[in-house]
Design a binder for this molecule. Structure first.
Ligand code: PMP
Ligand code: GLU
Length: 397
């Protein structure tokens, strides 16, 4: 059947595609270790599961308001106040089916043909394709390992044109785990404010942050900044709730009202049951969030050490999220059994075939010299998987 041309603009999400492939290989009996999709391996906490069960039993199983129930909006408002001293009202909050859905809806109400949307790289795989689907042009600003993969204010200044409508920025970042200091963000904010660039700030990894790094929301810098900022967040990563599909956006009323209208014509409300679960996640005890972040930090320390011990690999220490982004360019041009590895995709295939280890090619994040590994898996798997990678890389001549 003839498909709409816009389908040629995008590819399937590579993170989800590789995870599906790894799962299929596992199901066929192969002993696959997956560093693929970024999904916490922890169970959703019991208090959250219980809230969902209670909501089903209470018959809370019907349509809700399109943009989410008031109690959940209030919990989000309180969270933003508690964490960032930001004041929002219910009309400035919309709850969607995951942060990905919030980002998708926002892009569609904000951007169109002729617009340019800035995306610092390495970027999360879905940002560029979401922008393509709106008809706008993603303008990738390449950041460098020598700058700690941090966007520099001068790069930002150079990338802004009369067509620039927005920027999608995320820290701690997926895939490099980059965090910005308050001072660094202030400098970026100054440029964005001067040019009135709409900021979509994807804060999904806000709570998974290491060492002495702190998360700062640019929306909290000033009233003027708040007016150009839209915060996106969700419960997937902080509360191990990837399957529940609850994300949200907070921002200027006109934008949020447009997202709610748009959502009313695509998905309607996010699942009523998941909304009650998310309400418990945000209102219930928060100690587990910090405990899981500390556990991720332990895993980071092990995976970084193991990878950097492999001759030819260099890997920056991530400051948050649960990914490492090693440089593997030293292996390009080398091969095994007549198969030469020339790029990150060849390397990901080689590791899957030779080592039974699933990783994501860096090219999907805009940096072909790298691989992305998610360490949201057990220490035992990390030890075993990195050993397999070491053995496979030592075979390359
Ligand atoms: N933003 C980033 C940077 C992510 O890595 C992900 C992946 N889960 C998302 C958004 C989407 O999260 P959600 O599960 O809430 O859709
Ligand atoms: N965001 C996660 C990742 O980057 C989950 C998969 C996805 O939605 O892309 O692996």
């Amino acid at each position: 059947m003839r498909l709409a041309k816009r389908m040629d603009l995008i590819k399937p999400s590579p993170t989800l595609a590789i995870q599906a492939k790894a799962n299929a290989l596992k199901a066929s009996g192969l002993d696959i270790i997956s560093f693929g999709a970024g999904e916490p391996d922890f169970e959703t906490p019991d208090n959250i599961k219980d809230a969902a069960i209670a909501s089903i039993k209470a018959g809370f199983t019907k349509y809700t308001a399109v943009g989410g129930i008031d109690e959940l909006k209030d919990a989000i408002i309180d969270k933003l106040k508690r964490d960032h001293q930001l004041d929002y009202s219910r009309s400035q909050i919309v709850v969607s089916n995951g942060a990905k859905h919030s980002l998708f809806n926002l892009a569609h109400v904000l951007f169109e043909e002729g617009d340019e949307v800035l995306i610092p790289s390495p970027y999360w795989v879905s940002y560029t394709d979401i922008v393509y689907l709106t008809g706008a042009k993603p303008v990738v600003i390449k950041t460098y390992a020598s700058d700690g993969f941090k966007l520099q204010p001068s790069q930002l200044e150079d990338a802004i044109t009369s067509r620039t409508r927005g920027i999608i920025i995320s820290y701690p970042s997926n895939p490099a785990g980059i965090c910005y200091t308050h001072r660094e963000l202030e400098k970026l904010a100054e440029v964005l404010l001067r040019h009135q660039v709409t900021i979509i700030s994807d804060d999904i990894y806000e709570k998974i942050i290491y060492d002495d790094n702190k998360f700062y929301s640019m929306a909290s810098f000033s009233e003027e900044m708040k007016k150009i900022c839209i915060i996106v967040n969700g419960v997937s990563k902080s509360y191990s709730m990837t399957g529940w599909r609850i994300g949200y956006a907070a921002g200027p009323e006109d934008v949020i009202s447009a997202v709610t209208k748009y959502q009313s014509q695509n998905t309607s409300n996010p699942s009523s049951i998941s909304q009650k679960a998310a309400l418990e996640a945000l209102r219930g005890p928060q100690e587990g969030v910090e405990a899981r972040a500390r556990e991720f930090q332990k895993r980071r320390d092990v995976i970084i050490k193991r990878l950097n011990e492999i001759p030819g690999i260099s890997c920056m220490n991530p400051q948050g999220a649960f990914y490492v982004f090693p440089n593997i360019a030293a292996f390009f041009g080398r091969g095994f059994n007549g198969k030469i590895i020339n790029n990150s995709s060849d390397m990901a295939s080689y590791l899957l075939e030779q080592a039974n280890v699933a990783v994501i090619p860096g090219a999907d994040f805009g940096h072909d010299d790298h691989l992305r590994l998610s360490y949201a898996t057990s220490l035992e798997q990390i030890e075993k998987g990195t050993e397999r990678i070491r053995e496979a890389l030592l075979k390359l001549r």
